[in-house]
Design a protein around this ligand. Sequence first.
Ligand code: 6PG
Length: 232
Amino acid sequence: MKNRQIEDPPTRWHVLDNPDAVAAQAARRILQAASRAITERGLFSIVLAGGRTPQAAYRLLVDAGTDWSCWEVYFGDERCLPADDAERNSLMAARALLDSVAVPAANIHPIPAEWGAEAAARDYEPVVRAALPFDLVLLGMGEDGHTASLFPGQQHPADQLVHAVHNAPKPPQDRVSLSAGALSDAREVLILVTGAGKQTAIQGWRGGEQLPIAAIGGSAQVDVLLDKAAQA
Ligand code: 6PG
């Protein structure tokens, strides 16, 4: 796992009162990043996080004044389940945000994880390669310090941008994940962490433990929005 280099920007930690404050600040930062990217380059590429934590932020974006036609939406990981399974990260994002805003369907790039992990990873690799660097990567963190579907103790080929993941400790066992390198190849990375269950992993991460979440960053600016419960 790659350590951050001395010249890399330091991770910035923002402790907020509660999950609502995390969601509000996340939504604000996403819109600022979108506005910057659209002004400078005419499009905004964002990688969405799965799990529960980002949903509140996604919902806050529904009424935002942004040029949705300029958004290009990618996913950091996906669960190998049927495309219409309620546990799919793509379905969560559709229900919370994408079904309610005017991002053109062709600009939404789901991971075809219903094909199985290997086939989906192979298919998504060129999609990711063409998109790099992302403008903004959103991530969550699990209680064991995993992020996207990069789990502690699992090894993946260093040359892949997208990994097929098996035996994941969080169900389902089969998943697809962008690599730490691809998730770090971004102008900005925003990590959302809430709840007391995340305290131990936060302490480990801040204490220099080699957790998957700690491998994200490189030269990208990383901002972590966490609530007091996760920090305590
Ligand atoms: C997934 C994820 C995963 C998630 C973390 C945090 O598919 O489960 O992408 O990495 O972001 O496990 O999940 P919560 O936000 O639900 O705690």
